[in-house]
Design a protein around this ligand. Structure first.
Ligand code: SAH
Length: 389
């Protein structure tokens, strides 16, 4: 595998200037204090900055009319308000959009905007580049973990989508981006600190203002972190279940060997605020001849008894070299019918963006983990050849 270093783009290559876009209020405050502001004014300025950056979406300090001119000039000298580079942007026939964002040289991750999902449209964000879990049906699982995304990088995915949809300032009317789902690359509960900080920023009413109940975090089942996720974020919970017995789940979701179905359900029952107003979403990928019998549909109903829940049956989305096939449509409908009769409404999720590999489980980037020393060597080599050319 190769790694390409692109140092020709201005924003990711410029040393010295720090990007403020996507930073949380506490992180903004820390930057201002580092500039020499006292805690109190730093706090006030951080809140002003967050409103300009995350409510109005400004990319220029000159627009910040309630901040004194000389402070604006100082800020512009030290900081940037630009976005990370977009290495690729594709739009599907069905309106789904996918971005491949380059956070740093060789560090790339995907996000997907899906219209007509949630209240108006949902953005599926990544929490890691690559993944450690190796679920056998998931494309991301074939890519090793490169690194966790920072809270700022997670928020930047939302900002990039907002830019493309031209939805600044944040308004509550006619928004097309109303929901966030942590269902992109990576396991959010293995990066909970950053995910929680990102959710604080995304849900901030004076900033991006997407409410916590419109934010869903999906996990393959990191049981000990599940109640903590609820307590720290107030977000909605989704569980990638995919099997109703431990033998099969051990195979499909190897994490099950660590936290089996019983342990997982004990953790789910401890999720704060579970009740009529907060339901858990269970995702179940339909794999032909693997997990799609009617007996399994009935087992699923039994398993979910007593847990306020919704079910999403996800037709398996193939990817190059994938070892499974999607269940036949009649099989999926018959499976859904069992769930319907048990009171679960419209459980089948239509695949979106398959033509641009933007559907569930199709995300993957070419990023690979490189040692810092190797990166430095490559950077020096590139800089050397650029200086000569
Ligand atoms: N690691 C977290 C977040 C990723 S969510 C988790 O597992 O929940 C991605 C969702 O897409 C998960 O429900 C996953 O099981 C599902 N998925 C993965 N590969 C898929 C595929 N090829 N077709 C359909 N759904 C898939």
């Amino acid at each position: 595998m190769t790694i390409t270093l692109d140092l020709s783009r201005r924003s990711n290559a410029l040393p010295g200037k720090k990007r403020l876009t996507g930073l949380s209020v506490p992180a903004l405050k820390a930057e201002l204090e580092a500039m020499g502001l006292e805690p109190k004014p730093a706090s006030m300025r951080a809140r002003q900055l967050r409103r300009w950056i995350h409510h109005f979406g400004v990319t220029d300090f000159a627009a910040m009319t309630d901040i004194a001119k000389d402070l604006r000039a100082q800020l512009a000298e030290k900081f940037e308000l630009d976005r990370p580079d977009i290495a690729d942007h594709q739009v599907s026939r069905d309106g789904t959009q996918k971005w491949l964002t380059r956070y740093a040289p060789g560090i790339e991750g995907e996000s997907v905007y899906i219209p007509d999902v949630g209240k108006a449209g949902a953005l599926c964000v990544s929490s890691q580049v690559g993944c450690t879990l190796n679920c056998t049906f998931c494309h991301t699982g074939t890519q090793a973990l490169v690194r966790n995304l920072t809270a700022q990088e997670i928020v930047q995915q939302v900002i990039i989508a907002r830019d493309a949809l031209a939805e600044w300032p944040s308004s509550n009317e006619d928004r097309r981006l109303t929901n966030i789902v942590f269902m992109g690359m990576g396991e959010p509960l293995y990066n909970l600190d950053n995910v929680a900080e990102a959710i604080d920023t995304i849900s901030d009413g004076d900033g991006i203002s997407i409410g916590r109940r419109r934010i869903t975090v999906s996990t393959a089942g990191v049981a000990p972190k599940i109640p903590e996720l609820g307590a720290r974020t107030g977000a909605m919970l989704a569980i990638s279940l995919h099997a109703t017995n431990d033998d099969l789940r051990n195979e499909l979701v190897p994490l099950n060997r660590k936290y089996d179905i019983k342990t997982l359900f004990d953790a789910i029952r401890a999720y704060p605020d579970l009740g009529n107003s907060k339901r858990v979403t269970f995702e179940y990928v339909m794999l032909k001849g693997v997990n799609d019998t009617l007996a399994e549909a009935r087992d699923l109903v039994k398993l979910l008894k007593g847990v306020p829940s919704k079910i999403n049956l996800i037709p398996f989305n193939p990817w190059p070299g994938s070892p499974y096939e999607c269940s036949d449509w009649e099989t999926i409908e018959a499976f859904a019918e069992v769930l319907n009769r048990a009171g679960y409404a419209s459980p089948i999720r239509t695949p979106r963006g398959r033509d641009i590999l933007a559907a569930c489980g199709q995300l993957r980037s070419e990023s690979v983990k490189v040692r810092a020393s190797e990166l430095r060597k490559q950077r020096l080599a590139t800089e050397g050849s650029e200086a000569q050319g």
